[in-house]
Design a protein around this ligand. Structure first.
Ligand SMILES: *[C@@H]1O[C@H](CO)[C@@H](O)[C@H](O)[C@H]1NC(C)=O
Ligand SMILES: *[C@@H]1O[C@H](CO)[C@@H](O)[C@H](O)[C@H]1NC(C)=O
Ligand SMILES: *[C@@H]1O[C@H](CO)[C@@H](O)[C@H](O)[C@H]1NC(C)=O
Ligand SMILES: CC(=O)N[C@H]1CO[C@H](CO)[C@@H](O)[C@@H]1O
Length: 224
């Protein structure tokens, strides 16, 4: 083999394996962000009632946990996606816009999905449908109420140690990030997912530090 060809092959292979294209934006991994509606709805006026965690979004972040966006990336065609009726039902169940409709009309969620894409989803390397399917698949695979309930943590309006929430989730998915309203009401639980949107990983110490749950005890309000 000629030296030039050899060098060419080495460069070509290392270019593929370093994932250079995926990393040009600093993209490193995802945050699977799930909201707890009883607290989320203290901040916005909700029409839809929900008694389980709902997807807020699947946010690409860089290695220090900063959300990435890319305004030149085209917004996916959500209208086309929900023409698949079974997918539309899943989108409505797991990723509803709580403020938009009390019923189950997927068309009413599109503005929210587009907003999530533009603000938090666009800075990731995958094509729109793949990304949205990954978000739904990940949300379906994570049953936070069951995982917390197995450790005796229930949405019953009582206070639980912050470490109890963290330990319950850490044992299955790795360290999460907790977000609160008023410093002590459980609003969101964030789990980290690798850059392929496949495996759960621990959120870094720095990412955990972005929690705004300042109290050691966190209240878990019941569904309305
Ligand atoms: C932003 O998206 C455009 C269009 O898909 C792409 O060409 C560009 O490389 C992206 N920029 C970054 C930093 O990923
Ligand atoms: C992550 O993004 C933030 C905000 O844009 C930036 O300040 C930081 O340097 C980035 N970190 C890395 C490791 O790219
Ligand atoms: C429609 O959505 C369902 C549920 O997500 C999925 O299993 C199926 O593959 C989708 N069909 C097409 C044609 O994409
Ligand atoms: C999606 C992806 O390929 N992310 C990689 C970006 O670069 C860092 C550091 O080199 C890797 O750890 C990520 O897996």
């Amino acid at each position: 083999m000629s030296a030039t060809l050899f060098i060419f092959i080495v460069m070509f292979v290392s270019c593929i394996s370093s994932g250079a294209a995926q990393n040009s934006s600093g993209f490193d991994h995802f945050w699977l962000v799930q909201s707890w509606p009883p607290v989320y709805c203290q901040q916005i006026n909700c029409k839809r009632k929900a008694s389980d965690f709902v997807l807020h979004g699947l946010w690409p972040v860089n290695s220090t946990g900063h959300s990435l966006k890319n305004s030149s990336k085209a917004t996916p065609n959500f209208y086309a996606m929900i023409r698949n009726h079974s997918f539309a039902i899943e989108m409505d169940e797991y990723w509803p816009s709580l403020g938009s409709t009390e019923g189950h009309d997927p068309l009413k969620h599109i503005g929210f999905w587009e907003h999530e894409w533009e603000q938090h989803g666009s800075g990731q390397p995958y094509e729109g449908l793949y990304y949205v399917q990954a978000a739904i698949r990940l949300r379906k695979s994570v049953n936070l109420l069951r995982i917390l309930g197995n450790q005796g943590i229930f949405p019953d309006g009582r206070n639980y140690w912050k470490t109890a929430y963290v330990d319950a989730i850490k044992a299955i998915y790795g360290y999460p990030i907790l977000k609160c309203y008023n410093g002590h009401l459980l609003k969101e639980l964030i789990i980290c997912v690798d850059g392929q949107a496949r495996n759960f990983i621990s959120c870094s110490k720095k990412e955990q530090g972005s929690s705004n749950c300042h109290k050691n005890i966190i209240n878990f309000p019941p569904p309305k």
